[in-house]
Write a protein that binds this ligand. Structure first.
Ligand code: GDP
Ligand code: ZN
Length: 485
């Protein structure tokens, strides 16, 4: 990390670009107090963290800029850890422009870069990197469950866990280094290395359980993917439309990058769901375009967390072919996609079979087959949607982290790869040290190298939280050990 020049004072408009009633301008850095004083012309400077209503003045001509609310946050008790202040002005573009121009005219003040306030908060030790990520996720969270997960992370749930693991490893490292340096000393316990082994094995077990999370936290952050599959004309596009329309919290309607996969994000009971409407599946595609559509449908089906297989309850062919779930899935998905039969159980596991066009109701025979269908709906009358949505929501929630539980989930791929590295380093240490700890008198062993895997393990976790360096190990050696020399 380049610590950059923290001498500069940065400022920026903190509220959105659209015209709003109130706009907030933030300032952080050593000039904050001077900026606030000269623009506010105070006889009595505002008390820390107390909102004060004030007239703001142009610093060159002395004319009025606006009536505003101002706040003074002396460091280190501020968001960035530095002296900072805030101006809550009226949201007109000209007001904002006049204020920004005034702040910018102070020597040593410049516009902030994206994320620079938070970067300073991190550099000043106010937040670790997981908390920074949590803040970013909170700002972009679109559903209730995403909000709760991001908020937990922003307030340190994941950072504290990882930091405690790093601390555990640091203590083990301190013990190992003490053994290497002072192994002969009577103050060093005899079984110190076995003790370290036990602690590391315990930690490894916890870390591996944490890693075996089926990506539930990441999925909650990024959304559960649902592919709608089925023959042409069964009502796939109608289903997508109705799901988007019914859902109060539609987030966006993104036209597919491909011509024939339509995407939409919806909110299912607080969980984000990314829907994909695919081209109709059939055995004998009419032309190249349809063949390509089916190829793309296959891609969606392969990667989707959930497949919604839509069938027309009034399809006369359906009655004779499909008497079982597996047969139906084989006939409607596996066959047209030319999919290996070994995949069947995997596909079945994540497929919801939904019968559509219940309103036409010509075929009572299928409509009573509740063992075959997870839900029966009509896109025309909306019949059966409550049942369908509750089935979908049930499936979606089991694929996502429960942010209201005590458990902390991995939310970013980056954490996973660093944690996997950490596990490898710890295993490497255990494997090697089992060899040398049984014969420490062997002079072929370079003891200086033995603790390297533990240092690497610590740094792997340090990469997640943004804590590097080994100076804290020294502290632990001198705090926890009474070497007495
Ligand atoms: P897709 O090819 O699978 O995407 O099917 P569409 O959504 O384009 O629908 C094909 C046709 O079926 C359209 O004429 C729809 O109006 C009709 N349709 C869809 N759902 C229903 C339903 O529940 N009941 C009835 N009666 N017609 C439906
Ligand atoms: Zn369609």
């Amino acid at each position: 990390f380049a610590y950059g020049s923290l001498e500069s004072t940065i400022y920026a408009l903190a509220t959105g670009g659209v015209r709003s009633a109130v706009a907030v301008v933030r300032v952080s850095g050593p000039k904050s107090q001077q900026v606030l004083q000269e623009i506010g012309q105070f006889r009595q400077f505002p008390l820390p963290r107390v909102a004060t209503v004030k007239r703001l003045y142009d610093i060159s001509g002395g004319s009025l800029i606006d009536h505003a609310m101002v706040l003074w946050f002396p460091g280190p008790k501020s968001y960035t850890g530095e002296d900072s202040c805030e101006f809550h002005v009226h949201g007109g573009p000209a007001v904002i422009h006049a204020l920004l121009r005034n702040i910018g005219s102070f020597k040593g003040c410049r516009m902030a870069e994206p994320g620079e306030f938070t970067k300073r908060a991190f550099l000043n030790g106010k937040m670790d990197l997981t908390e920074v990520d949590g803040l970013g996720d909170l700002i972009s969270s679109e559903t209730e469950m995403q909000r709760v997960q991001a908020l937990n992370q922003m307030t340190g749930s994941l950072g504290k866990l990882y930091e405690s693991w790093r601390n555990d490893i640091a203590k083990c490292l301190a013990d190992v280094e003490a053994f290497i340096d002072f192994g002969e000393d009577e103050n060093i316990e005899d079984n110190i290395l076995e003790n370290v082994h036990g602690r590391l094995e315990f930690l490894l077990k916890i870390m591996k359980t944490h890693l075996r999370d089926s990506r539930k936290g990441e999925r909650l952050r990024t959304g559960v993917t649902v592919a709608i599959l089925g023959k042409p004309n069964v009502g796939k596009s109608s289903l997508l439309n109705i799901l988007c329309r019914q859902e109060a919290a539609i987030v966006s309607d993104i036209p597919g990058t491909t011509r024939d996969v339509l995407r939409a994000t919806i909110n299912v009971n607080g969980y984000p769901v990314l829907l994909a409407d695919t081209a109709g599946l059939r055995y004998d595609p009419a032309d190249i375009i349809e063949t390509e559509g089916i190829r793309r449908a296959l891609k969606e089906a392969q990667s989707a967390d959930i497949i919604v297989l839509l069938v027309d309850l009034n399809d006369p062919k359906l009655t004779c072919v499909s008497t079982e779930r597996q047969l139906l899935i084989q006939e409607e998905i596996m066959g047209p996609l030319n999919w290996n039969e070994d995949m069947l159980s995997l596909v079945e596991e994540r497929t919801l079979i939904v019968g559509n066009k219940l309103d036409l109701d010509r075929n009572k025979q299928l409509a009573v087959r509740e063992d075959l269908f997870n839900a029966m709906i009509s896109c025309k009358t909306s019949e059966g949607f409550d049942q369908f949505l509750s089935k979908l929501s049930e499936q979606v929630s089991t694929l996502c982290a429960d942010p209201k539980s005590e458990e902390a989930y991995i939310t970013h791929e980056r954490y996973r790869s660093h944690l996997e590295n950490c596990v490898l380093h710890l295993e490497e240490y255990l494997q090697e040290s089992r060899k040398w700890s049984s014969r420490p008198q062997d002079c072929n062993i370079d003891f200086a190298l033995q603790s390297v895997p533990l240092k690497n393990a610590m740094n792997s976790i340090g990469c997640i939280t943004g804590h590097f360096g080994t100076e804290d190990i020294l502290d632990i050696i001198f705090r926890d050990f009474c070497i007495g020399k």
